[in-house]
Design a protein around this ligand. Structure first.
Ligand code: ASP
Length: 443
């Protein structure tokens, strides 16, 4: 692939009707490096609208039960026909519709869902005058439904190497035995990432309906600013705390290849969006000390105290074994000289509290042990913290100022993330006061 080439993926709301498709086409055509296009199926045009993918799932349900699905199918056809007509292209999808109708019940639920991207891909390729490459020919699944990375990369390279411009529909592929399979919902992101990786793209542009990743949840902070640049590691920390940006399987292919992702807004193409970059060489990219602030409720702390705990060899191991044997993930483990707390998800220990306490008592014989419920974790993430002194002081001063009680503090060795445990009912206030201290004050 020519250096500098871009893979561009457009989400469903960016392609919901002809007007949106025109915007996407303008974006694609304004930069000759945007050579490979990965479309989703048409999404919602307005809040109460239904995505084509959901219409297809519903249609399949009826077909598989032997019920009449004519009306549902006609509604799907109508949406595509309206798009074709409004775009003014000379294209008939009658043959494709007939094949889909015939195969709907027998080819499976994933086949049905995949047709949303398939049909949209044909339309967009025609409108752009790009080659259409059926994802069934290049995205390879094993018979277990898991995508085969190596086979997919090889197929994509072989097929696209000599292609100047192509549209590859997102979300689906085909298994070795010929069955159409899909990724989980939102999976067109994964296809885009795979194409970018295979073609060694300079950047993977992911076009959606927001101008990037926000510093904090807009339901908590009013009008938060966009994160201009974030590293893959920071994104991982924030995603753990509930930031949802891309399909989680979309990160791995491009991350391993060191390819940046640029999240952009189809409705505001001039906005630079958020650039997700590899973890190395990030010094010059630091714009703010704090990159993002995230919080998550639903944790509890198992607090243990024992005199001379520090010199009791094997104490921590014995505690962790109890959790491992019961398959309870340990999220964090803040400790003091004679104290140790295990932070776990409240759901993971629900209904097993007494049993867990009894087992811990038996294993390590603590002087005191209790479960503290209703813990929320707050993550203050930023690669800029590494070289800025006084960040922790500012975080805790702002929490103290708001009279928020800090229950635990955990800073990883990467100095990328400070995790603070607070009571659930203080979480939103805590996020707001840290946002004010680090972000509002710099605007
Ligand atoms: N159309 C699929 C969905 O709605 C895949 C995607 O849009 O990424 O989940």
């Amino acid at each position: 692939m020519k250096t500098g080439s871009k893979v561009v993926k457009f989400g469903g709301s960016s392609l919901a009707d002809a007007g949106q498709i025109r915007k996407a086409a303008e974006i694609i055509q304004s930069d000759p490096e945007r050579r490979f296009v990965v479309p989703s199926a048409p999404g919602k045009r307005f809040a109460e609208d239904v995505k084509i993918t959901d219409m297809l799932y519903a249609c399949y349900e009826k077909a598989s039960l032997g019920e009449n699905f004519d009306v549902d199918f006609q509604n799907i056809k109508n949406r595509y026909q309206e798009i074709i007509q409004d775009l003014g292209i000379d294209l008939s999808l009658e043959a494709e519709f007939e094949t889909i109708r015939k195969n709907l019940a027998s080819s499976g639920r994933e086949y049905a869902a995949s047709r949303g991207e398939f049909l949209n891909g044909i339309i967009i390729a025609k409108f752009l005058n790009y080659e259409f490459v059926d994802a069934a020919d290049v995205i390879v699944f094993g018979d277990d439904g898991v995508m085969d990375r190596h086979a997919t990369r090889a197929k994509l390279r072989e097929r696209l190497e000599h292609s100047e411009n192509a549209v590859i529909p997102g979300f689906y592929g085909k298994s070795v035995s010929g069955v159409v399979r899909t990724f989980s919902r939102g999976g067109s992101d994964v296809t885009g990432s795979l194409v970018a990786r295979a073609m060694r793209a300079a950047v993977y542009e992911n076009w959606t309906d927001v101008s990037g990743v926000l510093v904090a949840d807009p339901r908590v902070v009013e009008n938060p600013v966009v994160i201009p640049v974030i590293t893959y590691k920071e994104l991982r920390e924030l995603s753990y705390m509930g930031f949802s940006v891309l399909h989680e399987d979309a990160i791995f292919p491009v991350r391993t290849a060191g390819i940046p992702i640029n999240i952009r807004n189809t409705n505001k193409p001039k906005d630079a969006g958020t650039l997700i970059i590899p973890d190395s060489d990030t010094e010059e990219t630091v714009i703010r000390t704090i990159t993002g602030i995230a919080g998550k409720k639903g944790f509890c702390a198992i607090n243990m105290e024992k005199a001379m705990m520090n010199s009791e060899v094997g104490f921590v191991r014995d505690v962790l074994n109890i959790f491992a044997d019961r398959n309870i993930p340990v999220e964090h483990m803040p400790s003091g000289i004679d104290t140790l707390s295990i932070i776990a998800s409240a759901d993971a220990i629900k209904g097993r509290e007494e049993e867990l306490l009894a087992q811990l008592r038996e294993a390590v014989n603590p002087d005191a042990i209790e479960i503290e419920p209703d813990i929320a974790l707050l993550a203050v993430v930023g690669r800029g913290m590494r070289r800025t002194r006084g960040t922790a002081a500012r975080i805790f001063a702002s929490l103290a100022h708001a009279r928020i009680n800090v229950k635990m503090i955990d800073q990883g060795s990467s100095e990328l993330n400070v995790i603070v445990g607070v009571n659930e009912h203080d979480l939103h206030q805590a996020i707001r006061c840290i946002y004010d201290a680090f972000i509002s004050s710099t605007l």
